[in-house]
Design a protein around this ligand. Structure first.
Ligand code: 13P
Ligand code: SF4
Length: 305
């Protein structure tokens, strides 16, 4: 048996023995899919974390995802295989910066992108993911809304809701911002009959040049339904790799070799195995913060989109 097969078998055994589930984000190294129970985007994984009856959740993703799982399932042990797996966007706003932002716009409800810390969530009215940000903002029925931390996702939503003033914080995803409008123009010239699919964390000039914009799952569903055979993928590498695997009769081109989130790539099969063997690294959250952060997260997952 090869080393890889041996590791996969050990992981499967330990999952059974310890009543564990492995949740993996689509940006993870694709080898993780071989042991993951569920692979998906942020919203889908949050819902799975809330409803699982397993005792241990191993979160193959970044820190805010494991933290969100812990808030939703406080009685469960939530493990993040590599503690280095942070999200640079989530780190761009802390609770004090959010309080200052709120003071400048008194009375406006705060929509907090799930890519944020538990503390920031605890000071927000409702969370959203990229797949339901539009519906979340609309659901508030407010004339003015504060959106943190991602200015690009917030502006993308605001453009589609002309009756709502969406005031955004100045956070951003460094990975998606490495995708340049020029990259779209160059790739379109090379692959004339390909459709450009982008993530709403991209720069607005990239979004304006795209044929379709959506979350990871929405992009995958678009490809599934599309009659087109060629696609330029303007989001993280993991999406392109999974599309290539799942649709061998179609062609996919990554918009830029810089579209890689290094923090999503820490996990390898060995790290998942280590996490299960040693039950590390367990995520702990201050109880008061976790209690306050629960309501905005629950509002997000309970919304029927
Ligand atoms: P989605 O999973 O909602 O597409 O978000 C992408 C992302 O940046 C996750 O960190
Ligand atoms: Fe954070 Fe961007 Fe990486 Fe997602 S892709 S985890 S938003 S840094």
């Amino acid at each position: 048996m090869t080393d890889k097969k041996f590791i996969i078998k050990k992981i499967q055994q330990l999952k059974e023995e310890k009543n564990a589930i492995i949740l993996a984000h689509c940006y993870q190294n694709i080898e993780i899919d071989e042991v993951a129970d569920i692979v998906g985007d942020s919203l889908y994984l949050s819902r799975q974390a809330a409803y699982t009856n397993k005792d241990i959740i191993v979160f193959a993703g970044v820190y805010f995802m494991a933290e969100t799982a812990k808030i939703l399932s406080p009685q469960k042990k939530v493990l993040l295989p590599r503690m280095e797996s942070g999200c640079l966007m989530a780190d761009m706003i802390d609770i004090n910066q959010l309080r200052e932002f709120k003071e400048k716009h008194p009375g406006a409800p705060v929509v907090c992108y799930v890519n944020s810390s538990a503390e920031v969530k605890s000071e927000s009215d409702i969370c959203c993911a990229s797949s339901n940000a539009l519906e979340v903002v609309r659901s508030l029925g407010a004339k003015k809304v504060l959106f943190v931390p991602d200015t690009y996702l917030g502006n993308y939503v605001g453009k589609q809701l002309p009756d709502v003033e969406v005031v955004t914080y100045n956070g951003f995803c460094p990975t998606h911002l490495r995708i340049l409008p020029d990259d779209v123009d160059k790739m379109r010239k090379i692959y004339e009959d390909a459709l450009v699919l982008s993530h709403p964390e991209c720069h607005s000039e990239v979004i304006n040049r795209s044929d379709f914009t959506g979350s990871t799952t929405q992009i995958m569903n678009f490809v599934k339904k599309s009659k087109n055979k060629k696609f330029i993928i303007a989001t993280e590498l993991g999406v392109k790799e999974r599309l290539e695997r799942d649709y061998p009769d179609k062609e996919f081109y990554l918009i830029s070799n810089k579209a890689v989130c290094p923090n999503m790539k820490w996990n390898h099969l060995e790290d998942i195995l280590n996490s299960l063997v040693n039950e590390e690294h367990e995520v702990f959250i201050d109880e008061k913060i976790a209690q306050k952060a629960l309501a905005p997260i629950e509002k997000m997952i309970n919304l029927k989109v």
